[in-house]
Design a protein around this ligand. Structure first.
Ligand SMILES: CCCCCCCC(=O)CC(=O)SCCNC(=O)CCNC(=O)[C@H](O)C(C)(C)COP(=O)(O)OP(=O)(O)OC[C@H]1O[C@@H](n2cnc3c(N)ncnc32)[C@H](O)[C@@H]1OP(=O)(O)O
Ligand SMILES: NC(=O)C1=CN([C@@H]2O[C@H](COP(=O)(O)OP(=O)(O)OC[C@H]3O[C@@H](n4cnc5c(N)ncnc54)[C@H](O)[C@@H]3O)[C@@H](O)[C@H]2O)C=CC1
Length: 717
């Protein structure tokens, strides 16, 4: 709803009141229209201020309403009526003015913002465009180029920048509503013609601006339709009269509104928020579990991961002890951490925060920290040794966390005298950039330990998902099968280029073989050795290309044995100009190697089409996702999807693997998995999961109902 009051006798104050973000639900739109009309009618009222209750102007349209038929007064005529009014209307912006909220403010004649407020048109991130005049009014206010950038990226703009761009007229550190009220009174009687953005003329945009932006979008948001529609709408603003531009905006929105991409992105928006409300199988949940504050943390191991984790902690203002035994690694790690922090400082025009880090070679220095994150080699014996020592060195209430990517968290907890204080904090590389954090709870992890790790993740700006303990947890457990299928496809006749092309066309920023070259083929090699799939632990009595009773491809192991580890050695699945090169070229040597390999094992190459690449790679990953849900390792499909979108480059506009399965149709996924399982009986994970079968038997309910079919966690509390 919206409240109305009269201030100082002549100011009509309209306050949006729809907690928590004053979203423009049909009730709110109705109330605003009514209150604006009332203020305009009232002869005593000479000016109007619109604000939001509880320190938030407006978070935009109510996204939850998009799934049902839209009711209530539409935004466009409401905003037009405000702009056309004969009394000055001032928007008092606190907190945020996003989407429809900013469009409402653009319909007002003046905008005053608190210095901490943020404005933006993030509709593109929901698969939409700002269809309440945002694509037509913003360019008329800021000029075409800045508006185009803001609308196609959905970037949030802080008030001081908004002032520079002309989006707001004034920024204040005082009470925004009071400032807006005084301001509104001061402009009574002034002509409003120039303040009506719809009447403003636009100057010509720079040559090639739209073409250039379109090319950037095709690179950055492969396959996404909303940013392209945003360009077309802003182009209409630059080339057509306001009214015709609005028609174009409406038509473009009509094509986006019911698109699969919009549904996927809106699902993602709520999924990202739902993972913060975690549940454990023992009944503990975020609602009743209190986190402990972390003031001092420690990171052990300053390799690829440790360095990024130190940076993330410092950025959040936490003091860190960074411990490393290898002198050279300590030196390189220290240099890298300081370089990143100095770059941050330059960017934000602030002092570097390197004083928050203390580098050391002594584990005993960790006696007084609140939380430790271990990031040494993926070696259970080494990690156990460290956890044993930590258990003795650290203060009794310190949390002990591991960044292991696949090892058993319970096994580590068992060597400590405080298994309840042990959790996994699985960051993704590079840890100071990647958004995802898997918080792995073990059998004995206390709700307080999980809550503390989840809250720390939030403080570090991560999207944290609580997951159960099993080899590879959620992300890597699924990833393993996806990678294996890609290797099988090479054995059967595909090239890395063909597989990657299909995946990139689907929307991944990089195909799986390019990713593997980037992270280094030795990463997986070490994991396979640890699992006894290659190296000393192998049972050579098994037929070739079989390990542990099932199909296995030694292709990647063979490349590693040749020293072809990816970008760092200039050869992997692709060829690079030099070690550390980044531009992958098809490698004729690799192609010949594949031909020889197939001939050695009597494999006949066949033509593999893109559909098969996608189905084999993605459906096996999805099938494992269902197994993970069935096992209770993830508490809902949203958790799996958030992990894939934020940690594994799954295209955002496809929602995530489980959402994609829902879109494709569960019976189709089941049917294709049955087909592939029959064709490859030696690949057990192609056998459709019992949960998938159960859902299909129950009429393939939509994803929001899947939780009803999962085994209920039972409380042990
Ligand atoms: C043909 C049809 C024509 C239609 C024309 C309409 C054209 C339009 O102009 C369309 C739009 O406005 S689309 C909406 C654009 N606005 C946005 O994308 C802002 C989304 N919200 C945010 O960024 C943050 O929540 C925000 C920064 C606001 C707050 O962040 P916080 O971290 O403080 O809090 P959150 O945890 O994110 O949110 C708190 C609760 O509020 C829910 N929520 C947030 N924004 C919402 C919104 N716009 N609509 C509905 N619910 C919303 C959020 O889900 C959360 O609730 P729970 O999930 O229950 O916790
Ligand atoms: N590299 C990646 O992409 C990811 C790795 N991880 C996991 O993070 C952990 C670390 O991986 P990376 O950083 O890639 O390894 P890395 O090999 O780059 O670094 C490990 C560091 O630990 C140090 N170290 C070894 N023993 C130590 C000890 N006793 N005390 C202190 N430092 C010691 C080494 O000198 C080295 O600098 C592993 O468990 C790995 O599985 C998790 C997510 C992603």
């Amino acid at each position: 709803m919206a409240k109305y009051s009269r201030l100082h006798g002549s100011v009509g104050l309209i306050s949006l009141a729809n907690p928590p973000v004053n979203a423009l639900s049909s009730v709110v739109r109705h109330a605003i229209s009514e209150k604006v009309a009332k203020a305009f009618r009232d002869p005593e009222v000479t000016c109007v201020v619109i604000c939001g209750e509880n320190g938030v102007f407006c978070g935009g349209a109510d996204i939850r309403e998009f799934a049902s038929t839209m009711r209530g007064p539409p935004l466009v005529p409401m905003i037009d009526a405000i702009e056309e009014g004969e009394k000055p209307v001032v928007a008092a912006i606190e907190g945020v003015a996003f989407g429809g909220g900013l469009e409402l403010a653009l319909g007002c004649h003046y905008r005053i913002a608190h210095y901490k407020a943020r404005v933006g048109l993030p509709e593109v991130t929901l698969g939409l465009l700002p269809a309440a005049g945002g694509t037509q009014r913003l360019p008329r206010l800021t000029g075409v180029a800045p508006a185009l950038q803001l609308i196609t990226t959905g970037r949030h703009v802080a008030a001081p920048e908004a002032l520079k761009l002309g989006i707001v007229d004034q920024v204040t550190e005082q009470n925004t509503v009071e400032v807006a009220v005084q301001f509104a009174k001061s402009v009574v009687g002034q002509a409003l013609h120039n303040r009506r953005l719809s009447l403003r003329q636009l100057s010509c945009p720079p040559d090639g601006l739209f073409e250039e932006t379109m090319a950037q979008i095709k690179q950055r948001a492969r396959g996404a339709v909303a940013p392209i529609a945003c360009v077309q709408a802003v182009k209409a603003a630059a080339t057509l009269p306001f009214k015709a531009g609005m028609d174009k905006e409406r038509d473009l929105m009509a094509t986006l509104f019911n698109s699969g991409q919009a549904k996927a992105l809106q699902y993602s928006f709520f999924a990202q928020r739902s993972v913060a409300k975690w549940n454990l199988p023992n009944g503990a949940h975020s609602g009743i579990s209190k986190a402990r504050a972390v003031h001092r943390a420690a990171v052990i191991g300053l390799g690829t991961m440790g360095r990024g984790i130190v940076v993330s902690l410092v950025r959040a203002g936490i003091s860190v002890i960074a411990m490393e035994t290898n002198e050279k690694q300590l030196h390189t790690g220290k240099k890298m951490v300081i370089a990143i922090l100095e770059k941050d400082a330059q960017k934000h025009n602030a002092a570097p925060r390197a004083d928050l880090v203390h580098f050391t070679e002594r584990l005993s220095d960790l006696s007084n920290v609140d939380l430790v994150i271990e990031a040494v080699y993926e070696d259970m014996v080494l990690k156990k040794d460290i956890f044993k020592q930590l258990s003795m060195i650290c203060k009794p209430d310190a949390f002990l966390c591991t960044n292991t990517s696949a090892l058993n968290v319970d096994e580590l907890a068992a060597v400590t005298g405080r298994p309840e204080m042990v959790v996994g904090m699985h960051f993704f590389a590079p840890a100071h950039v990647m958004k995802l954090l898997e918080v792995v709870y073990g059998q004995h992890s206390s709700p307080e330990a999980v809550a503390t790790a989840m809250q720390l993740g939030k403080r570090l700006g991560k999207v944290s998902v609580a997951v159960g303990n099993c080899p590879g947890f959620v992300g890597n457990r699924m990833m393993k099968l996806y990678v294996e299928q890609a290797h099988f496809l090479l054995e059967e006749g595909a090239t890395p280029e063909q597989v990657d092309e299909a995946l990139e066309e689907f929307g991944f920023a990089m195909g799986i073989f390019k990713v593997s070259d980037l992270s280094g083929l030795d990463v997986g090699w070490r994991v396979r050795k640890e699992a006894g799939l290659t190296g000393a632990g192998v049972d050579w009595k098994e037929p070739p290309r079989r390990r542990q009773g099932r199909r296995y491809s030694p292709l990647a192991d063979l490349l590693c044995e040749k020293g072809h580890l990816g970008q760092k050695t200039s050869r992997g699945w692709y060829l690079y100009e030099k070690p550390g090169g980044r531009d992958p070229k098809p490698d004729q040597g690799l192609h010949s190697f594949l031909v020889e390999y197939r001939s050695k094992y009597g494999l006949k190459a066949r033509r593999i089409d893109k559909d098969e690449v996608l189905e084999r790679c993605l459906f096996s990953l999805i099938n494992e996702g269902f197994c993970i849900l069935d096992d209770g390792i993830a508490s809902g499909p949203e958790d799996v999807d958030v992990i894939y979108v934020h940690g594994y480059g799954w295209p955002r506009h496809r929602g995530g693997p489980m959402f994609y399965a829902d879109m494709v149709g569960l019976s189709k996924v089941l049917e294709r998995l049955e087909f592939y399982h029959q064709a490859h009986p030696d690949v057990p994970y192609l056998k459709p999961s019992p949960l998938l079968r159960k859902l299909v038997r129950n009429g393939s309910p939509p994803i929001r109902e899947w939780r009803e079919f999962l085994k209920r966690p039972h409380s042990h509390l």
